[in-house]
Design a protein around this ligand. Structure first.
Ligand SMILES: [Fe+2]
Length: 293
């Protein structure tokens, strides 16, 4: 019988100053597919206001890629006009629209500046989507993040992924094992050979039912707390949460630490599986950054 895959190691820091002082340990831990909990990021925003915001369920993955933080009102030819910012379709009153926009923009900018402080090697990260998940989530299934419905991905740069709790209550997560530990402990249950594309493989693992047999650590993310974890290589599960900002970026090529894309062949081989070669698509397909899980 194979061993149960144990949860990824979790480093904890109480404050941003404590995390900055520990540099470069947090960066190295993140890049080794560990999880980090920064209990109080110190990010400032209008908490009384943000704690009341609720977005419709189908806005769960809507963010800056959908123009949520472009100015919602512009001055054109002597008149104020609403722009394509989707908040403008949801909110009638201009004052409420501008207040909501200003708080989201403040969260996005404050979050990005905070990352430059606590993970200085990611100062030049190429930011992708920043989503405002102001939708109640409960008892989500355990998963590895999958994009574009599990199709092969062209974008294979190191991924930075962060989750900020902007609710008044703790956000409750289960942190599961790393992708290599899932493979190692699966005892051959995933098939004879496995696809060597992280996205395709994660989709297969999520569908296999195998994650239900892994070990999990319950983590409470306090209000203003941040979790740093590469969702594509650390199994995770939201047990409860109402308001979260998720930020994603890609580091430059040629960094010292190998990425999951560099290591995947050896992870598959070390777990006793054969390798099924997956050729990357030549161009990023439409929606390649859209999270499916
Ligand atoms: Fe996820």
């Amino acid at each position: 019988m194979s061993a149960v895959a144990q949860p990824a190691p979790i480093l904890r820091y109480r404050t941003a100053a404590e995390m900055i002082a520990a540099h470069p340990a947090p960066t190295e831990h993140y890049e080794a597919h560990g999880a980090i909990l920064l209990e109080d990021s110190g990010l400032e925003f209008d908490e009384a206001f943000v704690h009341r915001l609720v977005f419709p369920p189908d806005w769960k993955k809507v963010g800056t890629a959908n123009d949520m933080t472009v100015p919602p009102i512009v001055y054109v030819k002597g008149a104020f006009r609403r722009t394509q910012n989707p908040l403008g379709r949801m909110i009638k009153e201009d004052w409420m629209l501008l207040k909501t926009y200003s708080e989201l923009l403040r969260l996005e900018m404050g979050f990005k500046l905070k990352v430059a402080d606590v993970l200085p090697r990611y100062r030049n990260v190429d930011w992708a989507n920043c989503t405002f998940r102001f939708t109640r989530t409960e008892n989500e299934g355990p998963h590895l993040d999958v994009f574009n419905k599990g199709r092969p991905l062209p974008r294979r740069r190191p991924r930075l992924k962060l989750f900020l709790n902007v609710d008044s209550k703790p956000r409750i997560w289960n942190v599961g094992p790393t992708l290599p530990d899932v493979l190692r402990c699966s005892g051959g249950a995933l098939g004879a050979s496995l696809p060597n594309d992280v996205n395709v493989l994660n989709h297969l693992i999520n569908q296999s039912g195998h994650l239900a047999q892994c070990g999990y650590a319950r983590v409470e993310i306090p209000p203003r707390g941040i979790v740093f974890a590469n969702g594509a290589t650390v199994v995770h599960q939201v047990l409860f949460g109402e308001r979260m900002v998720a930020l994603e970026g890609f580091a430059e090529w040629g960094r010292e630490a190998p990425t999951e894309w560099d290591l995947l062949d050896s992870w598959i081989r070390d777990a006793g599986y054969g390798i099924e070669q997956v050729d990357p698509p030549p161009m990023p397909p439409q929606g390649a950054d859209t999270e499916s899980y």
